[in-house]
Every structure is written in structure tokens, then in C-alpha cells.
Design a binder for this molecule. Structure first.
Ligand code: NI
Length: 181
């Protein structure tokens, strides 16, 4: 089932997620819904926070040519090492009609659990590293616009709030070329 993706300035996006304590079947529906919601958006990553859940879960698929081949469903992911830095022009399914350059670690190591209760370690760089850091930020209640200058963030915030007041909120682009994270 495709779920609604919350958008800025929804206060639920600021809530930090909680560790998943029980990896039983109850999570399967949420994760499946997140995958469907991500692909439909279209997006290459989605955190549970973005669909209003407080479970510490992200789904990511940065391979747009072969959808599903590199799909990651990560429970309780955490970054265990970081190296270097990279600047990437980021967008977000929850930050409609806006992109900005964000500086992050170029390479990271992530440990997480899979739905079948295995602990895994991932090494990521470039887009996958950016995407993982972006999604893990969501789980901490953080958006990429929290990592840009205060002035830029204010300008975006004012634009969005003005449109909401006028009853014409921004619509997310359906263009697959601009898949969000
Ligand atoms: Ni995002």
C-alpha cells in the first residue's frame, strides 16, 4: 500500500525514531509499504519517519536501471565509520521543489539488521553513501535543509508557508529524472 509522504513543515518529520526491539512479522507490512511508496514517488530512498512511523527503518535503491536488484531494507541502521568528504546536490521527497548542495562523508560503513534477523555491514561511497546519510538523518528528525545556511533555509521555509497560506501547497515532481531521497 502506498502511504502518504509527509512534507516540510510537518512536525512529525522532526521526531527521532526509536530502535526496533522486535524483528517479527509485524514489520513486514510497513517495510513493504515503504518500498512501494519509494518507487511510486519516485524516489531512491525513504525513511520510516517520512511516512509517520517512528521505527528505525530505511529503504534504499539507488540502482534506477535494475529496480529491486540492489534494494536495501535496513532495520536499526547506524554509521560505524566515516571517511573523507563529498558535496552533493540533494533533494528530498519531504522537501518539495528544492535542492541544495550538502557536504557529507564520502565513504561510510553502516551496520544494520535485515528483516530476516541478520546483522549486516555495508561499505558505501558516492550516491549510496550520500543517500544512507540522508536517510539516517531523517531517523534523527533532521532534513537536508537543516544542513544548509540558515538564510537559504529561511527563504525556502517562507516560500512553502506562503503557498500553504494561499491554499496552493507545492506538488512533488513525478519526473523519474529527479528521484528524491
Ligand atoms: Ni529525504
Amino acid at each position: 500500500m502506498i502511504r502518504e509522504i509527509l512534507t516540510f513543515p510537518d512536525p512529525r518529520l522532526k521526531k527521532a525514531a526509536s530502535e526496533v526491539k522486535n524483528l517479527d512479522g509485524g514489520l513486514a507490512t510497513l517495510v513493504e509499504d515503504m518500498v512501494q511508496t519509494m518507487y511510486a514517488a519516485p524516489g531512491i530512498g525513504l525513511a520510516a519517519t517520512q511516512v509517520g512511523s517512528q521505527d528505525r527503518i530505511v529503504v534504499i535503491d539507488v540502482n534506477r536501471e535494475e529496480k529491486g536488484k540492489d534494494l536495501l531494507k535496513l532495520v536499526n541502521p547506524r554509521i560505524t565509520a566515516r571517511e573523507g568528504s563529498i558535496v552533493w546536490e540533494e533533494g528530498c521527497l519531504s522537501v518539495v521543489d528544492y535542492t541544495a548542495e550538502v557536504k557529507r562523508a564520502a565513504k561510510i560503513e553502516v551496520k544494520a539488521w535485515t528483516l530476516d534477523q541478520k546483522e549486516i555491514t555495508l561499505q558505501a561511497e558516492d550516491l549510496l553513501a550520500v543517500c544512507l546519510q540522508h536517510e539516517l538523518d531523517h531517523l534523527s528528525g533532521k532534513l537536508f535543509i537543516d544542513r544548509i545556511s540558515r538564510l537559504k533555509r529561511e527563504l525556502y521555509s517562507r516560500r512553502v508557508k506562503k503557498l500553504i497560506r494561499e491554499g496552493r501547497p507545492l506538488e512533488r515532481s513525478k519526473n523519474p529524472e529527479s528521484a528524491g531521497i
